[in-house]
Design a protein around this ligand. Structure first.
Ligand code: SF4
Ligand code: SF4
Length: 196
């Protein structure tokens, strides 16, 4: 499975097996979760793509991630394991919590996962499974420096002592309607800048 995700050019790959897999994925049979992600420094990845029947556009990067997730889920199914895609579009699970569980980064003040090489400029997808997978991943370093640049940059006042996801969502949807989803807090975040 890891080889498949490397073939798919995923920048981050992590596995978790244990008691949090079921509650955090929303699948009671889940014993493990694999989470993977792509850095989104290239503007093209954030372009919104809308297909017939979709109520709103989805970012191109999320479609790439979903295709990779389908390949992983199919591989597990072919090997006799239950598996389900956990995508950013299904709203079933918090992918940030799953990425933290797999050790792919540390929490940032802007409510996102700060990763070593891409800072918060990353998108995730996941697959839940009843297979028991070896743990893999494992960042335990605090990557948010607490510089507060994201707080100063946020026009919605969504970042403070805690992160106000509703305020962020409302502003982001307005900004998306104007042509591009808001990325101001990730644009200014110094984490991961200049990393290979
Ligand atoms: S995405 Fe925009 S609105 Fe949301 S927290 Fe970041 S800067 Fe604020
Ligand atoms: S901008 Fe600074 S405070 Fe905000 S998430 Fe990034 S490192 Fe943390």
């Amino acid at each position: 499975m890891e080889r498949l995700l490397v073939e798919e050019d995923m920048d981050l790959i992590g596995f978790y097996s244990g008691g949090y897999a079921a509650p955090l994925t929303g699948f009671e049979w889940a014993k493990s979760v694999v989470v993977f992600g792509l850095g989104v420094e290239e503007e093209e990845l954030l372009v919104g793509v809308r297909q017939k029947g979709w109520s709103r556009a989805r970012q191109f990067v999320d479609q790439i991630l979903d295709l990779a997730a389908c390949r992983v889920a199919n591989l597990l199914l072919r090997n006799g394991y239950l598996s389900e895609v956990v995508s950013s579009s299904c709203g079933r699970a918090d992918l940030r919590a799953l990425a933290l569980l797999c050790g792919l980064g540390s929490p940032g003040k802007n409510g996102l996962v700060i990763t070593p090489a891409h800072g918060p400029r990353v998108r995730f997808a996941a697959v839940a499974t009843d297979a028991v997978l070896p743990g893999y991943g494992g960042n335990s370093t605090e990557l948010c420096s607490g510089c507060d640049a994201c707080i100063r940059a946020c026009p919605a006042g969504a970042i403070g002592e805690s992160f106000d996801a509703q305020r962020c969502l409302e502003y982001s949807l307005r900004s998306e309607r104007r042509g591009k989803r808001c990325t101001l807090c990730t644009d200014v975040c110094p984490a991961g800048v200049g990393e290979p």
